[in-house]
Design a protein around this ligand. Structure first.
Ligand code: NAD
Length: 350
């Protein structure tokens, strides 16, 4: 059945992969990508589909309630897949209010616009909120994993803002009966990842033979998932989850930061035709992030059992694909690391 779906944040890292998947897979859907094009939004990410007949781009800010109301009137959306957010923990430590504005106020604005537009007629309609495992806090016991009913315990301004938006989405389900679904995913990696984040930052610095800043002793643990596997999970959950459900998404793929950086150095050395070990020499330990969560780890059993999802690539395969993509698209990273990025980088690491 044809549908008109609003995807917010579609010019960002994960959003661009979700937009591409939906535009290519569902030719009978109309996909509207709403994005403010902050420093993290980049229409180059969608160059290959920008002229697809079922794709429309709208530049706008989810903090602007009047703009959202007009957009809902224009398109009469059947569904919303909400990814727009301020997404970088370090930036949330220096500017928490920006995270409250977009992640909390922006999400509530979207819920209000959807409620007004749908006016109690929820047949065939759905609001999907894309969230993070960071809302659950940090784990210490290696045998423990986050499950869907793990208590919320956000510890950074970023995760506190995402936790708040998750609660608002669930409140719209309980209070107004709006059909919602949510997912909480572990760390993503892959093509088009902005180079403030660990993996592309390291790829960029290894290529440029710059120091590789590792927080603290590099002992923090993250569970990494290839971004296309996240996009596939979002497709399955959007179409097949029951109303009101939450799904955890993760790759069962835990790495300490330092082991990950070592692996990446070795992959890059091979790709660059250097002696393996050369890039590891660039590793520099820097002052730890304030309140740095020790470990995140997702149990994705519910998603696997209920919807038949599983990751399509191993971490080694995904990492190699990622490195190949960056090396083959070097102008993408060069374009976004000139200008403001340099200022941000100096402030963070000098
Ligand atoms: P990103 O920072 O790469 O992209 C965010 C996008 O949102 C950008 O295109 C930006 O321009 C847009 N945006 C920001 N503020 C906006 C506003 N006020 N109005 C409209 N658009 C705005 O983020 P990402 O890594 O792709 O993450 C997407 C979503 O997935 C976020 O909600 C994030 O919390 C969640 N998530 C991310 C990860 C991860 O590892 N990256 C993991 C789990 C969940």
């Amino acid at each position: 059945m044809s549908k008109t779906i609003l995807i917010t944040g579609g010019a960002g890292f994960i959003g661009s992969h979700v937009v591409r998947l939906f535009v290519n897979k569902y030719s009978d859907y109309t996909i509207v990508n709403l994005d403010k094009l902050t420093y993290a939004g980049n229409l180059q990410n969608l160059k290959d589909i920008e002229n697809a007949p079922n794709y429309h781009f709208e530049k706008g800010d989810i903090v602007d309630a009047g703009f959202l109301e007009g957009l809902f009137n224009k398109y009469n959306f059947d569904g919303v897949i909400h990814l727009a957010a301020e997404s970088h923990v370090d930036r949330s430590i220096t500017d928490p209010l920006a995270f409250v504005m977009t992640n909390v106020i922006g999400t509530v604005n979207l819920l209000m616009a959807a409620k007004k537009s749908w006016n109690g007629n929820y047949e065939g309609r759905r609001f999907y909120h894309v969230s993070t495992d960071e809302v659950y806090g940090e784990l210490h016991d290696p045998k423990e994993f986050f499950v869907e009913d793990t208590s919320y315990d956000p510890r950074s301004p970023y995760s506190a803002s995402k936790a708040s938006s998750d609660h608002f989405v669930r409140a719209y389900n309980s209070t107004y009966g709006m059909p919602v679904v949510l997912s909480n995913c572990s760390n993503n990696y892959g093509p088009n990842h902005f180079p403030e984040k660990l993996i592309p930052l390291m790829i960029n610095n290894i290529k440029n033979k710059k120091p590789l800043p590792v927080y603290g002793k590099g002992e923090n643990i993250r569970d990494w998932l290839y971004v296309l596997d996240h996009a596939r999970a979002i497709d399955m959950i959007y179409h097949n989850a029951e109303d009101g459900e939450t799904y955890n998404i993760g790759g069962n793929n835990e790495w300490t930061n330092i082991d990950l950086v070592h692996l990446l150095c070795d992959v890059m050395d091979k790709k660059l035709g250097q002696e393996v070990g050369e890039s590891r020499e660039l590793i520099t330990y820097v002052k730890d992030r304030a309140g740095h969560d020790l470990r995140y780890a997702i149990d994705a059993t519910k998603l696997m059992n209920n919807l038949g999802w599983e990751p399509s690539v191993t971490f080694e395969e995904g990492l190699e694909k990622t490195v190949d993509w960056y090396l083959n698209n070097w102008e993408w990273i060069e374009n976004i690391t000139s200008g403001d990025y340099q200022k941000y980088y100096q402030e963070m690491y000098s």
